[in-house]
Design a protein around this ligand. Structure first.
Ligand code: SAH
Ligand code: SF4
Length: 473
């Protein structure tokens, strides 16, 4: 999300004749794009802000500013602590950056805009692409879910979707410029709904059951916010985006389990170019904790959804987010999270110690009463259990042929490249082999080795998505 916001803000600045440079030493204005979701991310940003403040005082930097969620959350506090800051702009204010810079130059004071908007989606801004081969396309902004621990609805505002037409246009542009992978983005990407579309456009859509149209939620899931019926949902958007070019891979993040209705699952199953890896954040395996988190599902509803995913998309790799040490979480609750990891088996897991964020329901009504040492102990245990299982799952992949998109040079060795498979796992390949390939190519590979989080592979041939799947049949 932050990468895409940076691409949007950069594009707006470029349109106003600012030049984006790659090296901080060449810049005379530096902006920090920030996230406020967890406390330790914020602490790192504070340290960087003080560095920038020092650089400005020493005459090494003309201006600096803070963008994104942390700007939204801390507003006045930032200016109080750092009176020399030039610009503070929240996630819905990037369009105003040139004006804020101009006001700051005119008055020599910090210029601030952190107003949240009900309709800003930056639909008309073409983000300044950071990667030539993979492009983020933002389709929704904000979130209405109000999970009790989460600050996102307060820092990024109400949920809103871009129109299907503007999304398709942007994706087409990216494909024309040679992009091989499109990643659809949103805080709650699969609750996408374009209300400007009234008529279902093709026969397949007309075959949707009335039930799916009236209640787009997955079975057994609830939400505090009832979305209006009608319009075009994520299933229709996904089908249209995937239909643009069968040789461009489609991913999306970050989804919420409640919005994986059967229709969305069928679209994913039907399109070889939609990656068969789903992020299914569970947060906790305990019903008591899930209820206090206000996630809108029980452990059983989640497990039923996993079953339905495996029914429609048999080889789908799953990943998840977990929070440990949420308010009142007992050892038994924690055991149930361990159990759900063992039960489901995730290729990738993001595990966080709970950090209390102000404004949230938990901040006002619950007690952050699990000691930090226990949070960390539980985090370590979840990580161990996840890794044990992912190691076993990766072992089963040895000898399997997989399709990867080669994305870049491995951080560990310049002699190696890496790509990602359908499940979004990192796959390491040698830079030189008897197959000719480069970054941006799809490769047919054979998995030959593994660690808990990475796979190693032998390149077999350059290929395309359609070629790979036709030859597999
Ligand atoms: N919309 C996505 C998540 C986006 S936030 C979803 O609902 O699944 C990414 C992750 O940050 C969350 O899934 C959660 O695991 C974590 N997170 C959010 N607030 C947190 C907090 N206060 N403390 C610790 N982790 C948190
Ligand atoms: Fe936060 Fe995700 Fe819940 Fe929205 S759905 S409130 S972003 S955790």
């Amino acid at each position: 999300m932050n990468v895409n916001d940076t691409e949007i803000a950069s594009s707006i600045l470029e349109q106003h004749d600012y030049e984006i440079v790659n090296d901080i030493d060449d810049a005379n204005i530096v902006f920090l794009m920030t996230c406020a979701i967890r406390e330790n991310a914020e602490n790192k940003v504070w340290a960087k802000l003080y560095d920038l403040d020092k650089a400005k005082r020493m005459g090494q930097l003309r201006k600096y500013g803070l963008l994104g969620c942390m700007a939204e959350r801390l507003k006045a506090k930032i200016v109080e602590q750092l009176p020399s800051i030039d610009v503070v702009a929240g996630p819905d204010s990037y369009r105003h950056l040139p004006k804020l810079l101009a006001i700051n130059s005119l008055h020599g004071q910090s210029a601030i805009n952190v107003l949240l908007s009900l309709d800003e989606t930056y639909a008309d801004i073409i983000p300044r692409n950071q990667s030539k081969h993979s492009a983020f396309v933002s389709i929704t902004r904000g979130c209405n879910n109000m999970c009790s621990y989460c600050i996102v609805p307060f820092t990024r505002g109400r949920e809103r979707s871009r129109s299907i037409d503007s999304i398709l246009k942007e994706v087409e542009n990216k494909i024309d410029s040679g992009v091989k992978e499109i990643i659809l983005l949103g805080q709650n990407v699969n609750s996408y709904r374009d209300y400007s579309v009234h008529n279902l456009s093709n026969d397949e859509d007309k075959n949707q059951t009335l039930n799916e149209l009236q209640s787009p939620l997955a079975d057994g899931f609830q939400t505090l916010y009832r979305s209006k019926p009608g319009g075009a949902g994520f299933d229709q958007l996904l089908r249209q985006v995937a239909g643009l070019d069968p040789n461009v891979r489609i991913r999306f993040t970050s989804p919420h389990p409640k919005d994986f209705n059967d229709s969305v699952l069928r679209v994913i199953a039907d399109h070889p170019n939609i990656a068969k890896g789903l992020h299914l954040p569970v947060q906790s395996g305990s019903n008591f904790v899930l209820e206090r988190m206000r996630r809108g599902y029980t452990r059983d509803a989640y497990l039923q959804l996993v079953k339905r995913i495996r029914h429609y998309i048999p080889n789908c790799g799953l990943s998840s987010d977990f929070i440990c040490g949420f308010c009142d979480e007992t050892d038994d609750d924690h055991r149930q999270t361990v159990d759900i990891i063992q039960n489901v088996g995730y290729y990738i897991a993001y595990i966080f110690a709970y950090s209390m964020r102000d404004k949230t329901y938990a901040y006002h009504h619950l007690n952050d009463n699990v000691p930090q040492s226990i949070k960390i102990q539980r985090l370590i245990e979840l990580n161990q259990v996840y890794r044990q299982l992912s190691t076993e799952m990766n072992r089963q992949l040895i000898g399997q042929r997989q399709l990867i998109l080669v994305e870049g040079v491995s951080k560990k060795s310049p002699q190696q490249l890496y790509g990602r498979n359908e499940a979004n796992q990192k796959v390491i390949i040698p830079k030189l082999s008897n197959v000719n390939y480069m970054i941006g190519d799809f490769l047919d590979v054979e998995i030959i080795d593994f660690t808990p989080v990475t796979l190693m592979a032998r390149p077999i041939r350059r290929t395309s998505i359609t070629e790979f799947y036709t030859s597999k049949q």
